[in-house]
Write a protein that binds this ligand. Structure first.
Ligand code: FAD
Length: 485
């Protein structure tokens, strides 16, 4: 089957024998699938989880461990950060390219409860705050800003609050694996089997068009499981080159793809096989952070025309998203001698240093007059803590007027961009998959990266929304699927 093939559905009338008959069948044991399975089983449903790989966790186990939560969580309160569900709603609505008000409302209203549900799995987010501008807290600090809450125009649309809750595991990758381990334990307590190295291959459909189970592959053998509801939680499609080329060619060009082996979009294609509508398929999280250190954000990002195009203090994937819109997807970060420091992770390579702005313009192949005037304008206002063009926060405003000047390359193909896909199946607030015409596909649910919920593009992305929405809407899908037993 090629990377774009849609798996043929199985007619229920043609199935001679089922290996199992359950209330809820979950395909995939990542954050979305595990949370769905826990809630379905807790509601009394009989549940089986199929996991294509030999271990649970998929891409979730690679994640640093940010959960985007707010509205007054215990960590926000303990660290003196006021927040409310209403401000969180305003923010998430403002950053969404196509806001789904019922989902945003539910996510924010239930965020404190969801925080408690996660901690009840058996861990505590540390009651501490990491104040630096960083991609992720280096240690176990429980809270930091992980989005564009303090960035214009959003800072004028909702009162900024930090909402990036990190699980108490040091380091920048793999922290969420701890949560997966606890979810697997909980599934064990609830008596839910996870069948490893068994992948869902196609959906079984009855005469009414309802999904009533799935065909699976277990090594060389195949079988059929009957289920009142099927929840697809099989991850995104970043590891499927054909789908990436078809839907998100900007990710196919040069970035390093971030995902686990089975992020091949099979779950999404199974949804399409029964008419699922897809959303945000052309969107991706693509990033090459220039910070830390945050002092570099006092500099200017300029495009090939020598002009600024973004508030440099934006969340890294927002800045990168704007780089992708510039001529040749090229940009340079310029700092003067007083603000020059080597990045901790040199993803945007240092190009060179120059004694004068004119020499720098020549070195970067930019128009001299334009670069001089861009720098002059920026410096004049920055000296007064102002940025009338992009409204960068005063803490990141400083004139860049003491040569020599240095430049870092933010261009695609030069900087080390990495990314993952964002689009997936359209769903209701309870995870039911929607047809193209907006009606619900009976018996089918989707959760996690194969569903389209809060994360909609890289420019509006906040770290923690994927694990946050995967766990929260996964729970809702599980509870809703169980309600149909
Ligand atoms: C390096 C990195 C860091 C990240 N950090 C964060 C972060 O801190 N916060 C955040 O919110 N997001 C983060 N993300 C994104 C986030 O990890 C993912 O979006 C999220 O984990 C997806 O969860 P999921 O349950 O949908 O998919 P997965 O966790 O990938 O789970 C899907 C599972 O389904 C299995 N599967 C696939 N096909 C089938 C099939 N046909 N049948 C049965 N099983 C199948 C897979 O093997 C996999 O185990 C990060 C991503 C990366 C790569």
């Amino acid at each position: 089957m090629s990377g774009l093939d849609i798996p043929e559905t199985v007619d229920a009338n043609d199935v001679a024998e089922y290996t199992d008959d359950v209330d809820v069948l979950v395909l995939g044991a990542g954050i979305g699938g595990c949370c769905a399975a826990v809630e379905a089983a807790a509601a009394g449903a009989s549940v089986i989880v199929l996991e294509r790989s030999a271990a649970a966790g998929g891409t979730s186990c690679m994640a640093g461990g940010h959960f985007y939560l707010g509205g007054g969580t215990a960590v926000q309160q303990a660290t003196g950060h006021e927040d409310s569900a209403d401000e969180m709603v305003k923010y998430l609505t403002a950053v969404s390219r196509d806001p789904e008000p019922d989902k945003i409302r539910a996510y924010c209203d239930d965020s404190v409860e969801h925080f408690g549900w996660l901690e009840n799995l058996g861990f505590e987010f540390e009651r501490s705050y990491y104040p630096e501008k960083a991609v992720i807290q280096p240690q176990t600090q429980g809270l930091m800003f992980t989005g564009n809450e303090k960035v214009w125009p959003y800072k004028d649309q909702a009162i900024p609050a930090p909402r990036g809750h990190k699980v108490p595991v040091p380091g920048d990758t793999g922290g969420a694996g701890m949560v997966i381990g606890l979810l697997v334990d909980r599934l064990g307590e609830l008596g839910v089997p996870i069948r490893y190295e068994v992948g869902g291959r196609a959906l079984i459909v009855d005469d009414s068009g309802a999904v009533v189970g799935a065909r699976f592959k277990d090594g060389a053998t195949e079988g059929f499981i009957k289920a009142k509801s099927v929840i697809i939680a099989a991850g995104g499609f970043v590891m499927n080159p054909d789908m990436v080329a078809e839907y998100v060619p900007q990710l196919a060009e040069k970035p390093f793809t971030l995902g686990s082996t089975y992020d091949d979009g099979l779950g999404i294609r199974m949804g399409v096989s029964v008419g699922a509508k897809l959303k945000h398929m052309d969107q991706a999280f693509i990033t090459a952070p220039v910070y830390p250190p945050s002092i570099l954000l006092t500099g200017l990002a300029v495009n090939k025309e020598g002009k600024r195009f973004v508030a440099e203090d934006s969340y890294h994937s927002r800045t990168s998203g704007f780089v992708m819109d510039q001529t040749d997807r090229s940009a340079y970060l310029i700092v003067d001698e007083a603000h020059m420091q080597r990045p901790e992770f040199p993803l945007c390579p240092f190009i060179d240093g120059w004694e004068t702005v004119e020499e720098m313009a020549d070195g970067l192949g930019l128009d001299r007059d334009t670069l001089v005037s861009t720098l002059d304008r920026y410096n004049t206002y920055a000296a007064n803590g102002e940025d009338p063009d992009f409204h960068k926060s005063p803490e990141f405003l400083a004139p860049q007027d003491r040569g020599p000047w240095a430049a870092f390359d933010m261009s695609l193909g030069k900087a080390l961009y990495a990314g993952f896909t964002i689009g997936g199946m359209a769903t209701t607030v309870d995870g039911a998959v929607l047809h193209e015409d907006g009606s619900v596909i009976p018996g089918l649910y989707a959760a996690g990266a194969c569903a389209a919920n809060l994360a909609q593009d890289g420019k509006g992305y906040a770290s923690g929304t994927q694990l946050g929405e995967g766990s929260y809407f996964g729970r809702r899908a599980g509870a809703s699927a169980a309600a149909h037993i």
